[in-house]
Design a protein around this ligand. Structure first.
Ligand SMILES: [Fe+2]
Ligand SMILES: [Fe+2]
Length: 305
């Protein structure tokens, strides 16, 4: 990938290709979904044949069986091209029916409410709400951050009730185990629905416990976080001493775009010393085209330098 600009202060070294991930989010099957864009995305995936497709939630708009059925069919067609992994988003759960369980009201109906909340996702997509996928060169640990209203995500901002996400301690512990068992040189990637960095246009954090979660994942040696939810593509870094995190927030494939923005997804190219993220934005009547490109020196390379 010669010719790409490194982040300031980084020195380029010889870098070999390791793995390619297509990171997509917020498909919102239902009224916001646009067949033309979904077809173009599938065409892109078929053309580049990535090592994995990472889908960071909000498959549906209203969590209906019909929307899930269409999402499932689409994921199946993607799965014929490349392995994919997916986590639920806040639109994919029936959180209103599970408030009592989430708030821990003496355990009443706790189990039933939990099943109800994820029932349609489980029926159509997967029983595993936090799956992991390891491919040559990368391990992607999925974290379900869509819990509806919980003790940890109660907010005074009414518009965020049931919307904001949370990283639970048990999931951090699970990611630790997954990373411990992964190939030593695999790039450690965490995928979750909610954006851990404030959206540039929305001004909103997706997570209730952003700082805590980012520090925890940095401590586990995570190099890259994949998220969605904000409906605006963005690439950020989070510094914690020598343990920097790169955060890829994919935009939405649907037409629920923010003013002045386009539907988009991110292409992640991992090399042994560098990591490249390219945002692809929808150009009306044409196709998804590269719109922003950033290159980072990987932490593994920093240690060797
Ligand atoms: Fe969304
Ligand atoms: Fe969302």
């Amino acid at each position: 990938m010669a010719g790409r600009g490194l982040e300031p202060g980084c020195v380029r070294v010889e870098s070999l290709f390791v793995a390619t991930l297509v990171h997509i989010s917020d498909l919102h099957f239902g009224r916001p979904a646009v067949a033309e864009r979904l077809d173009a995305l599938k065409g892109f995936i078929a053309e580049i044949r990535p090592d994995a497709v990472a889908v960071s939630g909000d498959l549906t708009q209203r969590c209906t069986n019909r929307e899930f059925s269409n999402a499932r069919a689409y994921l199946d067609s993607i799965g014929e091209i490349a392995p994919y992994t997916v986590v639920p988003g806040n639109h994919d759960i029936r959180w209103l029916g599970a408030v009592a369980r989430n708030l821990g009201l003496a355990g009443l109906f706790r189990e039933q409410a939990h099943k109800f909340k994820y029932s349609r996702y489980v029926r159509h997509i997967s029983e595993d709400l936090s799956p992991s996928l390891e491919v040559e060169g990368a391990i992607i640990a999925g974290v379900n951050t869509a819990h509806g209203i919980t003790r940890g995500s109660i907010t005074r901002r009414l518009r965020d009730l049931g919307v904001i996400g949370q990283v639970k301690h048990a999931d951090v512990m699970r990611v630790r185990q997954i990373f411990e068992h992964a190939a030593p040189d695999a790039c450690r990637v965490v995928m979750m629905h909610h954006n851990p960095v404030r959206g540039p246009l929305s001004g909103r954090h997706g997570l209730a416990n952003t700082e805590q979660a980012l520090h925890a994942f940095a401590d586990l040696g995570t190099e890259l976080i994949l998220s969605g939810h904000d409906h605006q593509d963005a690439i950020h870094t989070f510094e914690r001493g020598a343990r920097g995190l790169i955060i890829s927030t994919a935009g939405t494939i649907s037409n629920r775009i923010r003013p002045g923005r386009a539907s988009s997804f991110n292409l992640v190219e991992i090399e042994d010393h560098e990591l490249h993220i390219t945002a692809y934005a929808w150009r009306k009547g044409k196709d998804f085209m590269p719109s922003e490109d950033r290159t980072f020196l990987r932490r593994t390379a920093s240690r060797q330098a």
